[in-house]
Design a protein around this ligand. Structure first.
Ligand code: NAP
Length: 299
């Protein structure tokens, strides 16, 4: 039986530590961290994600605000909203839920968030610092994955980590982090994508295999070596009319077929998802500490 890497349990442990930090801040006369989330339009999945983030903030004792904006808002008006939050001393962290409507440039939006409040870690400055091994904010999903491995005492050092998917929010930053010197790094990393030839040759050699493709049940038993640590990032809604919700969530891994071969594996749901939110909370706490440092320098 593989070890199930339970993201809910690991995230609860992180939330507990953050609650203690909130109490410490209160003891020093400081308010809790405050996360603001901008939600544009009425996309069902985006609403679910933002609600889950707000709920996690409440559970950790953080303040949170959701700013709902209409689908047809102009890019200019959205950027003005971001600038106003950038200058609001009562808010420490800001996220803009993706995807955005097609008429708005995601890059322009990411670059408009001040790097000190960019708790998603998508600003060019934060990505650059990460690539140089000196990150301020690590994007929440890669951070959550590293924290999950750490929670279960799985050290990537010296291992061959194969990452499937090279997106800016998951695969690429994760591949960089795993290859950096130091804690949670020191791995030998192979980064695969849709143009990779003979994918099996790489996946079969992975000690730690991370699937971030968005292709339900793509990774089958014939793609992994026995004893692998399997991290499934994928979340795809697949129609299931028999269910009240009308859909089922599928990971990128065929769990039934692959799990008997694994030393450890993440479930979907309940694996990387809760850890992404835990990563976001960690970053928001970091942003709060940064704000306090800045204030003490000004005072
Ligand atoms: P994305 O931006 O669509 O990137 C997908 C990556 O997979 C691309 O690099 C693509 O290669 C690669 N790919 C697609 N088909 C492939 C194939 N047949 N063989 C090899 N590589 C292939 O996706 P993403 O934003 O990284 O998200 C990936 C999945 O993770 C999605 O299901 C998403 O919902 C999920 N996700 C989950 C969480 C969480 O908290 N659990 C957070 C973020 C994302 P190219 O670059 O060559 O096109």
């Amino acid at each position: 039986m593989p070890l199930i890497l339970d993201g809910k349990a690991a995230a609860a442990a992180i939330r507990e530590r953050l609650q203690q930090e909130v109490q410490m801040l209160a003891g020093q006369g400081h308010r809790p961290p405050h996360l603001a989330a901008i939600l544009v339009g009425n996309d069902g999945a985006s609403e679910t994600y933002v609600f889950a983030k707000k709920k996690a903030c409440d559970a950790a004792g953080f303040f949170s605000s959701v700013i709902r904006l209409p689908e047809e808002i102009s890019e200019e008006a959205l950027l003005a909203e971001i600038h106003s939050i950038n200058h609001n001393p009562d808010i420490d962290g800001l996220i803009v839920q993706l995807p955005l409507p097609a008429h708005i440039s995601e890059q322009a939006v990411m670059d408009a968030i001040t790097p000190e409040k960019d708790v998603d870690g998508f600003h060019d400055r934060n990505i650059g610092k990460l690539a140089k091994g000196n990150p301020d904010f690590i994007p929440a999903t890669p951070l959550g994955i590293l924290l999950l491995l750490q929670h279960y005492g799985i050290d990537p050092e010296g291992k061959h980590c194969v990452v499937l998917g090279r997106s800016n929010i998951v695969g690429r930053p994760l591949s960089i982090l795993l290859s950096l010197p130091g804690k949670n790094g020191n791995a030998t990393v192979t980064l695969c994508h849709s143009k990779t030839q003979n994918l099996y040759r790489h996946t079969k050699n992975a000690d730690i295999l991370i699937a971030a493709l968005g292709r339900p049940r793509f990774v089958g038993a014939d793609m992994v070596k026995p004893g692998v640590v399997m991290v499934d990032v994928g979340i795809t809604r697949v129609d299931a009319p028999e269910l009240k919700s009308g859909y089922r969530l599928h990971g990128d891994v065929d769990f039934e077929a692959v799990s008997p071969l694994c030393e450890a594996i993440t479930p979907v749901p309940g694996g990387v998802g809760p850890m992404t939110i835990a990563g976001l909370l960690m970053n928001t706490m970091k942003a709060r500490r940064l704000q306090l440092q800045l204030q003490s320098h000004i005072a």
